[in-house]
Structure formats: structure tokens, C-alpha cells
Ligand binder design. Structure first.
Ligand SMILES: *Cc1c(COP(=O)(O)O)cnc(C)c1O
Length: 440
């Protein structure tokens, strides 16, 4: 499949080139020419909902993803990448009468970003061989991308990873997953917020002088190899849902940069049933304001308890707009967005723990509030909420707010024997540029 730039000032390119480039030379995001090709190949909505239960999950996933990666990956290669990507469980757990939680935190860094990062690192390591020099993966993180990418690319031959993260904004575990890593991972602690990190990364990508010297790519959800495989867990969730419920679910996604929501909408346009798709945001409410009819106007990002969602200018929203445009669908007919504050987030954590004995992480709790509000008004519907991270990644929140210590998942170690390494840097592009020129 070919990918075009949403800014339409760069030529369409293959999957392989889109993975290697990350972002288009004109600064746009890459978008698949036929985003709903899986629907066509698998026989429409009926074919998809039948085969999703009949085929082995990884076999179905391979057939579903194949159009996106053809012809650069063969079906057996893709199957192997999917086996390696989905090497941990993705259970759908019924928590309340109306809400089931899709637990995406059983991977190595305890957040959903493991899925995209594992898929992308495996694609990239297949593709770098052909280009003859080292690739620098440049990535900005609001919390969990960094760890997932550091883990996914650890010791990948031919690849250096440079991770920009906002100083003082990450939980200790999140920071350690970035800074106590292999020699090919280079953490940069930026004296600013996530939007600053993202801006610096975007400037590097549009710096043609720099790109003459370095082969840069991105491992943010900007990169199609990070973004597209996020569809895999929606397939898995629907398969589990379908075995006990015939109603289309209301999907709720705790959202920051909107990559996860953009992936959900792709699966829905490909035929996975949805009553509604809810984007739950924290106080960073650019999209909720826009969907309520106000101008699209990103403000300064504010810090909240759900730090991985502290994004005021979500990169992936243009992809969502494009998807609705090419499918000729009204945005508001399928997508709702709401903003939840820290006070509501905390009371949801307390309520759900006391009522159902289930501990929500702060991001998932934002989603819980928004989904419960929706279901209260739609008492005959039921919903799937994405648990985007495990609570033990945010011990400080529980210690300070509740005096609790969440237990990590047995078998997942957050301990590390390495020492912290990171370089502090002002939030100015010139600093990043000269560091890259000297060090990479
Ligand atoms: C990244 C992240 C989000 C936001 O996902 P987007 O795809 O950026 O909208 C939500 N929760 C957690 C725990 C995350 O790490």
C-alpha cells in the first residue's frame, strides 16, 4: 500500500519508506491510501466479524494487517512480527455490569505502547539493513512512549534511539524505563513540557540540512509502524466481547496524542462494530472543545495526574479528520470527546476500588468517568474501556492521594541494575540540533 502526506506536498511512498522516514519531508503525517482495504479483502463487515471468531487470532491479525505492509513484508514475516508483538495477554475483564476493561498493561513496560513499539522495532530492524547506515530514531514522550520504545529497540543493531522527555513530569518508573537502558538508547531531559519536546522533534524532522547528515526516523505514533498495529488489540477485544455479547460496544479511549483513538476509528471503519467511540481527555481539552463546536485552538498544556495525556496539540487529530473525510462520515456521528478533571479522576479511582475491588490507573480512571457518564444516559448500552497503563507505574499518585501502594504485576520487574544516564537540555531546538550533530 502507498502512504501519502496529509500536507500533500510530498510524493506518496511505500510502507517501508514511510517507516524509515517517520514523518513526510513536508512536515505532514503519512496516511494509508486505502485505509479500509482490510474490509475489502476480508469480505466486508460480515466477513470480518465472522472470521475474527473463526480464525486463530494471530492468523486473523495477519490477514487484517497485510494490506498495510504489502509488498514489503511477506505474510509469513508479518505473522512472525505479530507473534513477537503480541507475546503477552490482552484480557478483557468485566469490572461492572456495564463496563469491561481491556487490560493493555501486561507487556514489558506496563503500558499499551508496548504493542506499537514492538511492532515498529521489528519492522525497522528488517528495513535498516538495506540502507547501509545507522538510523536515528527520534522520539518525544509524555510518559510511556519512551519506556516502550527504549525496551522495544534495546540493542537493535544499526539503530540509535534519542528520547526527549519533559523534566520533572514523569513518574519515577517511567523515567527509569527511559534512563536505565542499553547503550544505543540516549535519553534527553528537556526543561519544558511534552509539547516542547514534540515541537523540537518536529523541527528536527523538517530540518533538511540536519537530515542530509543523519538518517532520522520517528517512533512516536507519527510513525505508521507504531500507529497501525494499535488496531491489533481492538481486534482482540472485539473477539473476546463477541463471545458473550451481541451488542456493539461503546468504546472509550483515554486520549492524549490521539494515536490510540485514530487506530480505533480505523478498525471501526474496517468493520469492527461500535455504538460510539468516546475520547476521554484530562483538562487538556483541545479536542473536546472542538467537537463542541468551538475553534481548534491548542492552549498551553497543563500538568495533571494522567501525565501521559498532557497534550494540548494532539499530533494524530489530522489523521482522524482525514479518516472521516475519506469515508464521508460526519465526525460527530461516531466520535464524542469529553474533559475530566483531577478531582473526578481521584474519586473514580476510590469509587471503583471500593465498589468493585479494581484499581484503575489515573489514565484509565479518566476514561472510567467519561464512559460511566455516557452509560448513565444510555442504560441499555455496554462499554469497553481501555486500561492504558498499570497503576503500579504511578505509585506517587496513590501514596499521596490515598496512602496506598499498588502492587506491581507478578513477574514484571521494574528494577534495573543500570544507573541513570540522561542529558539535560533547554527546550530550544538549537540545543537538540547541535547535540545531534555532535553525538550521532
Ligand atoms: C500515551 C498514553 C495515553 C494516550 O494515548 P494517545 O494515543 O497519545 O492518545 C493514555 N494513557 C497512557 C497510560 C499512555 O501512556
Amino acid at each position: 500500500m502507498l502512504y501519502y502526506s496529509l500536507k500533500k506536498n510530498s510524493p506518496p511512498i511505500s510502507f517501508k519508506d514511510a517507516v524509515l522516514l517517520g514523518q513526510a519531508p513536508d512536515g505532514g503525517l503519512y496516511f494509508p491510501e486505502n485505509p479500509t482495504e482490510a474490509n475489502k479483502q476480508l469480505g466486508g463487515r460480515q466477513g470480518i466479524t465472522r472470521q475474527i471468531v473463526e480464525l486463530h487470532p494471530h492468523e486473523f491479525a495477519t490477514q487484517y494487517m497485510l494490506p498495510y505492509v504489502t509488498p514489503e513484508l511477506q505474510p509469513d514475516e508479518l505473522h512472525q512480527i505479530i507473534d513477537e508483538t503480541l507475546s503477552f495477554p490482552l484480557p478483557l475483564v468485566r469490572v461492572s455490569p456495564q463496563i469491561s476493561i481491556l487490560e493493555l498493561f501486561h507487556g514489558p513496560t506496563m503500558a499499551f505502547k508496548d504493542v506499537g513499539a514492538r511492532f515498529m522495532s521489528r519492522c525497522l530492524s528488517r528495513f535498516v539493513g538495506g540502507i547501509g547506515h545507522r538510523v536515528v530514531v527520534l522520539v518525544a514522550t509524555s510518559g510511556d512512549t519512551g519506556g516502550a520504545v527504549a525496551h522495544g529497540f534495546s540493542e537493535t543493531p544499526g539503530v540509535d534511539v534519542v528520547i526527549l522527555y519533559p523534566s520533572g513530569k514523569l513518574s519515577q518508573i517511567q523515567e527509569r524505563q527511559i534512563t536505565e537502558t542499553a547503550a544505543n538508547i540516549h535519553p534527553l531531559e528537556v526543561l519544558g513540557n511534552f509539547d516542547d519536546c514534540q515541537r523540537m522533534v518536529k523541527l528536527a524532522f523538517s530540518d533538511s540540512e540536519l537530515r542530509k547528515n543523519l538518517f532520522l526516523t520517528s517512533a512516536n505514533s507519527i510513525n505508521v509502524a507504531r500507529w497501525l498495529p494499535q488496531q491489533l488489540y481492538y481486534l482482540s477485544a472485539y473477539r473476546q466481547w463477541n463471545s458473550e455479547c451481541q451488542l456493539p460496544p461503546v468504546w472509550c479511549v483515554p486520549s492524549g496524542n490521539f494515536g490510540n483513538m485514530a487506530a480505533l476509528l480505523l478498525t471501526v471503519f474496517n468493520g469492527i462494530p461500535a455504538r460510539k467511540c468516546l475520547a476521554a481527555c484530562n483538562q487538556n481539552d483541545t479536542v473536546p472543545r472542538f467537537l463542541a463546536g468551538k475553534p481548534y485552538e491548542p492552549m498551553q498544556a497543563v500538568a495533571t495526574l494522567s501525565n501521559a495525556m498532557d497534550v494540548a496539540n494532539p499530533s494524530n487529530f489530522p489523521r482522524i479528520q482525514e479518516l472521516f473525510k475519506v469515508t464521508k462520515t460526519e465526525l460527530n456521528s461516531l466520535l464524542n470527546a469529553g474533559s475530566i478533571d483531577d478531582k473526578q479522576t481521584k474519586s473514580a479511582i476510590k469509587f471503583v476500588f471500593e465498589q468493585f475491588g479494581y484499581l484503575l490507573d489515573p489514565h484509565t480512571a479518566v476514561g472510567w468517568v467519561y464512559l460511566s457518564d455516557y452509560l448513565r444516559e444510555h442504560p441499555n448500552d455496554r462499554g469497553i474501556l481501555l486500561a492504558t497503563a498499570h497503576p503500579s507505574k504511578f505509585p506517587k499518585v496513590y501514596r499521596l492521594e490515598f496512602g496506598w501502594t499498588p502492587q506491581p504485576i507478578v513477574g514484571l520487574s521494574t528494577e534495573s541494575v543500570r544507573t541513570k544516564k540522561s542529558i539535560t537540555m533547554p527546550a530550544e531546538y538549537d540545543n537538540l540540533r547541535s547535540w545531534l550533530m555532535q553525538r550521532m
